[in-house]
Design a protein around this ligand. Structure first.
Ligand code: UD1
Ligand code: CA
Length: 464
């Protein structure tokens, strides 16, 4: 398709009441403008897509650069008509159609853009714009059209007279222009008398004035056309986008309990017969296998869970990996580089960082395991701490297969604990332990028979 697309994303978005440019605010796990660019890229090559940036242009451009689109700066932003005028140099030579989208309509689908393009081609009009009817059209530009769908003008909400304000058909801000006619007449847009801004919407009346047809493509379901101006609308868009994602997972065979409470980023995948309990957040590029269970309130970011993994409630996992059949939680923490081997168990209040816990090994309660390599079939007792940091450097701990680390052991790294060895409970271990050895590093217990009686005789207890 020989279509170019301009995406207007230079405005601050005053109604957001934010220091951050509106199009950078996130809904459904992506910045608003990322959604629009994704839809645009489905119908046009990246070389044909230009994004107009202004407020925080460097941030917007850095975010979008990997998509291959190009940029035009609008500085200062003087309205949507002015934003498009800034693209003249870059886009004037391209013939055919020019689509214009706004960076604050994140629910827009590529299928709708395709329909817009086809409608415009078929009608042979100078421009086609997408309209819909809203129960509450306040804030939107009203589309003045005859009963055949010929658009006379678009009137911004603030400029409407009482009668125009009653019109419920609104401009979605999604247009397809015949490029050559647009560039010929765009300079005729004059500043709005109320705001001083150049309104792209004036083009409808301008093209009509030159005897050209302007058409409306009316869409019955307005959900897709939601323009985000406030944080209330942002939350609504987020809700819709999150629902789309959880629906997609459920239709692919994942059970989600109370899906309205679950947050799943677009890059997340999950396998068949996995169950996701209420309040879970699955973020980044997390990959979850089949037959897993993700407990209530778990937060899992950019991690891999193989088949049959069970995560207890309120477990937090970041940049980590759990092999098939591993368990973590409730209340476990896996920090970057944690790796639970097949069928291993990580229990409550156990924290792993940059640590491999071998196949079938268990650390069930109250432990910190950092910079460690732990073999298969190891038991880590409650309260075990790897002292991996000496105040200056981090040091590694290795624990061989089948070792038994007694409760409340303090393992001072660097340290090697041999296979099949035993560490007595409460030990402070500062030296390597050979395979098969028992290591006890604690003060020996001394019992003093009759001590209590003797003390009582020496100084009788006082009561008051
Ligand atoms: C605009 C339309 C309105 C339509 C509504 C649909 C105009 C004048 N009005 O109103 O008819 O019903 O969208 O959502 O176009 N932008 C720039 N440069 C600027 C100003 C804005 O790039 O100088 C960008 C913004 O970043 C934003 C988009 O254009 O992504 C729309 O701007 P916004 O101020 O939100 O327009 P609305 O008042 O919503
Ligand atoms: Ca808007």
């Amino acid at each position: 398709m020989s279509t170019s697309i301009a995406i207007l994303a230079a405005g601050l978005g005053t109604r957001m009441r934010s220091k951050r440019a509106k199009v950078l605010h996130r809904a459904g796990g992506l910045a608003l403008v990322e959604h629009v660019v994704a839809a645009a890229r489905e119908i046009a090559a990246a070389e044909r897509i230009v994004v107009v940036t202004g407020h925080q242009s460097a941030d917007v451009e850095a975010l979008l650069r990997p998509t291959g689109v190009s940029f035009v700066r609008q500085d200062p932003p003087l309205g949507t008509g002015h934003a498009l005028a800034c693209c003249r140099e870059k886009l004037e030579t391209s013939s055919g159609m020019l689509m214009v989208l706004y960076g604050d309509t994140p629910l827009l689908s590529a299928a709708t853009l395709q329909r817009l393009f086809e409608t415009q081609e078929r009608a042979g009009a100078a421009a086609t714009l997408i309209t819909t009817a809203l129960d509450d059209p306040s804030g939107y530009g009203r589309v003045i059209a005859d009963q055949h769908g010929n658009v006379e003008a678009i009137v911004e909400h603030k400029d409407c007279n009482a009668q125009q304000r009653e019109v419920r058909t609104i401009n979605s801000g999604i247009y397809c222009f015949r490029a050559e006619l647009l560039w010929r007449h765009l300079s005729e847009v004059k500043p709005n008398p109320l705001s001083g801004e150049f309104y792209l919407t004036d083009m409808a009346a301008i093209l009509r004035g030159h005897g050209h047809g302007v058409r409306a493509l009316h869409i019955n379901d307005p959900a897709e056309l939601l323009g985000i101006n406030t944080r209330v609308e942002l939350a609504e868009a987020d809700r819709i986008l999150r629902q789309r994602k959880t629906n997609e997972l459920m239709l692919a065979g994942v059970t989600i309990e109370r899906p309205e409470t679950v947050t799943v980023d677009p890059g997340v995948t999950a396998g068949m017969d996995t169950v996701i309990e209420p309040g879970v957040r699955l973020l980044g590029n997390t990959k979850i296998g089949e037959d897993c269970r993700i407990g209530a309130g778990a937060v899992i970011e950019s991690s891999v869970l193989e088949d049959g993994v069970v995560i207890g409630p309120y477990t937090v996992i970041t940049n980590s990996r759990l092999d098939a059949g591993a368990n973590a939680g409730p209340f476990s923490r896996m920090r970057p580089g944690a790796h639970a081997g097949p069928n291993s168990h990580i229990g409550n209040f156990v924290e792993l960082k940059n640590t491999y816990l071998g196949a079938g090994s268990k650390s069930q309660h109250l432990a910190y395991l950092g910079d460690s390599k732990i073999g298969a079939g190891v038991n880590i007792g409650a309260g075990t701490i790897t002292c991996n940091y000496d105040g200056q450097k981090k040091h590694p701990t290795t624990i061989g297969d089948g070792a038994f680390v007694g409760s409340n052991s303090t393992l001072v790294a660097p340290l090697e604990i041999g296979a099949e060895s035993y560490i007595g409970a409460g030990s402070v271990v500062t030296e390597n332990v050979p395979p098969g050895a028992l290591a006890v590093g604690r003060g020996r217990q001394a019992n003093k028979p009759g001590w209590v009686e003797k003390r009582k005789k020496k100084s009788p207890a006082t009561t008051d």
